[in-house]
Design a protein around this ligand. Structure first.
Ligand code: CTP
Ligand code: MG
Length: 243
């Protein structure tokens, strides 16, 4: 057999990487003014159930670890049963901030997991198109995140005084899932925690270690339910999707 053909066959036989989704859902939703945002109903279904259904439907995701507050563990297990989340590996307790919750979740994924897809429990509108693109890109590059161009002009300010206006044409709002080589991400998060570096997304932990992160096409619909008005936006998104 020619070398070219044998290389081609090897490439075709190379299986896609095993991917574990880690879903941080252990926050206290302070900006929701008292509403439990993950249990809130959107089109008659809890936000977290919608998020998990999207991950369940994606053929590139092999297992799901949900991270929640300790007292919620039984209820989340029940939610997964009633919505048929068969890829659920376990539900574990979270930490004081999102990064700690993700780290605790990553400790529970299967050893064979090459990629970790960290996806906010509060992002129920992630599409299959977005998932496929970010997962296949990360399988090639080691780290990928969906992003959309920012719509507003962003300024840096202190005490209400503008210090600087950033060049909007270079700015991206990043979303989740953030898909990263699992062992690298765990190491990077541990490193940030030990050094006291605070981070608000997963990629910045590996960026700080010099890893290149590729942006893929995000979607404006892939909102994170953050403040009460987002539930109204969510209902509007559902309506558009039904029309
Ligand atoms: N999260 C988590 N553990 C934490 C904090 C946040 O698992 N200690 C999760 C949230 O449950 C959410 C996701 O990370 O699904 C994104 O965080 P965010 O939208 O900020 O949610 P909260 O932290 O709950 O909200 P707030 O910042 O308004 O308190
Ligand atoms: Mg938060």
């Amino acid at each position: 057999m020619g070398v070219f053909l044998s290389k081609l066959l090897k490439k075709a036989a190379k299986k896609r990487p095993y991917c574990a989704a880690v879903v941080p859902a252990a926050g206290s939703a302070r900006r929701m003014e008292g509403v439990d945002k993950l249990g809130a109903q959107l089109g008659g279904k809890p936000v977290l159930a919608r998020t998990l259904e999207a991950l369940e439907a994606c053929p590139l995701i092999d297992e799901i670890v949900v991270v929640t507050r300790e007292e919620q563990i039984p209820a989340i297990g029940e939610l997964c049963r009633s919505y048929g989340i068969k890829k659920l590996k376990c539900v574990v307790r979270g930490g004081a901030d999102r990064a700690e919750s993700v780290e605790l979740g990553l400790r529970e994924i299967s050893p064979e997991a090459e990629l970790a897809a960290v996806h906010d429990g509060a992002r129920p509108f992630v599409s299959q198109r977005l998932l496929e693109e970010v997962l296949t890109t990360a399988a090639r590059t080691g780290a990928a995140v969906p992003a959309v161009p920012v719509k507003d002009t962003i300024k840096e300010a202190e005490d209400n005084l503008v210090e600087r206006t950033l060049d909007r044409s270079r700015l991206w709002a990043v979303q989740t899932p953030q898909v990263i080589q699992a062992d690298l991400l765990l190491g990077a998060l541990k490193h940030c925690r030990e050094k006291g570096v605070s981070i608000t997304d997963d990629c910045s932990a590996v960026e700080a270690m010099g890893m290149a992160v590729t942006l893929t096409r995000g979607e404006y619909e892939n909102i994170k339910i953050t403040t009460p008005i987002d539930l109204a936006f969510g209902e509007a998104i559902l309506k558009c999707q039904q029309d």
